[in-house]
Design a protein around this ligand. Structure first.
Ligand code: 5GP
Ligand code: MN
Length: 338
């Protein structure tokens, strides 16, 4: 990490501060894990801290220490709105974690943009907007949680990483590396994970809490999607699912229930590009995954107002679900998937 930047932030944090930590819409394990690791760390340092998320997040993250203190902006609009505006206006420092384009905080954007506090960004996504005064932005990092670990260590506070903080960091790295199997799983990732385990965390427990905690509805939904909804375009090396709101309702789908589904499509032999199109209340949400050189970041950016990483990205569409599927198929006709 940049020494000058760390020196400045050390100075900033040398007296108790009012701090807001925020992250992207529908936070995943990396977004929430990074936020709550940072929350516990900054509380330990004597600051007044609040984590504000633009929306709710998957149920399988509710074990994270600090989860009960998170202010969910779109939960109880009226009350949350007032508390959110107050917190952002009062914050001297605002940590922006696991996102680097403003669109990703959705309706929170106006409040965040206007907030007068010093913004500090920690992120690993491609092509950032530069809205923060301080940036710890590194696309070679497997997860934002890896950068949070680096940050705390660079601050000279490695000893402040206790079990709850270590568990949150572990979960973020675990999920963003697909349980340590994606190409972003570097030697450094394993060294950090080793250091976290050496602190005494129960790594097996974290895998269980995140991956072996399914409801019957969720498992039946995955079964239904695999048997009825998987479409394969062999000559395009592409496989995708298109899920309607009605289907989500039928399986009592909760936030997080569709996570990981797109990976099944990518696991098929000969498939290098996978997509998941979901009809959400506000818009169609798209998830993209690829193997090898084909950049889903560029694909999402060019056609679906999105972005992410080369092999994992997302986007949105304001067409209907059927129109979105047709658009997707049309684009594929003139797209070369290596
Ligand atoms: P997922 O498909 O799991 O929602 O997201 C995959 C990756 O793409 C994650 O790193 C996520 O942060 C990013 N991503 C998902 N949706 C969007 C989007 O609409 N815009 C941008 N810029 N990135 C996204
Ligand atoms: Mn991430």
């Amino acid at each position: 990490m940049n020494k000058e930047l760390i020196k400045d932030i050390k100075e900033l944090l040398s007296v108790p501060r009012k701090i807001v930590i925020t992250t992207h819409y529908k936070p995943d394990a990396d977004a929430l894990g990074s936020s709550l690791a940072m929350y516990s760390y900054l509380i330990k340092k004597g600051h007044d801290v609040i984590v504000i998320t633009p929306s709710d997040y998957p149920w399988f993250l509710s074990w994270m220490v600090g989860n009960d203190k998170v202010l969910i902006y779109d939960a109880e609009k009226e009350r949350s709105l007032n508390n959110t505006i107050k917190a952002f206006n009062n914050a001297e420092i605002i940590f922006c974690l696991d996102f680097s384009v403003m669109e990703r905080v959705q309706d929170l954007r106006g409040i965040l943009e206007k907030a007068p506090g010093i913004k500090i960004l920690i992120d690993h996504h491609l092509e950032p907007q530069h809205f923060a005064k301080y940036e710890m932005w590194d696309t070679t990092a497997a997860a934002t949680a890896e950068l949070v670990y680096d940050f705390i260590t660079a601050m000279g506070d490695e000893d402040k990483i206790d079990i709850p903080i270590a568990e949150c960091i572990y979960a973020g790295i675990m999920t963003d590396t697909g349980s340590f199997r994606f190409p972003n799983t570097t030697a450094k990732v394993h060294l950090i994970i080793a250091a976290l385990i050496a602190k005494g965390i129960n790594n097996f427990k974290i895998h269980s809490l995140v991956y072996d905690n399914n409801s019957e509805d969720r498992l039946r939904f995955i079964g239904y999607s695999l048997s009825e909804k998987l479409r394969i375009l062999k000559d395009k090396k592409t496989a995708y699912f298109c899920i309607t709101a009605e289907e989500l309702k039928k399986f009592k789908s909760k936030t997080g229930d569709t996570e990981g589904l797109v990976n099944y499509a990518l696991s098929i032999e000969g498939i290098n590009f996978a997509a998941l199109l979901i009809e959400r209340p506000d818009a169609i949400k798209l998830s993209f995954r690829s193997r090898g050189e084909f950049s889903v970041n560029e694909f999402a950016r060019k056609y679906f107002e999105g972005g992410g990483h080369r092999n994992a990205a997302g986007g949105t569409s304001n067409l209907t679900i059927t129109e979105t599927e047709n658009k997707f198929i049309d684009i594929l006709k003139h797209t070369n998937i290596a």
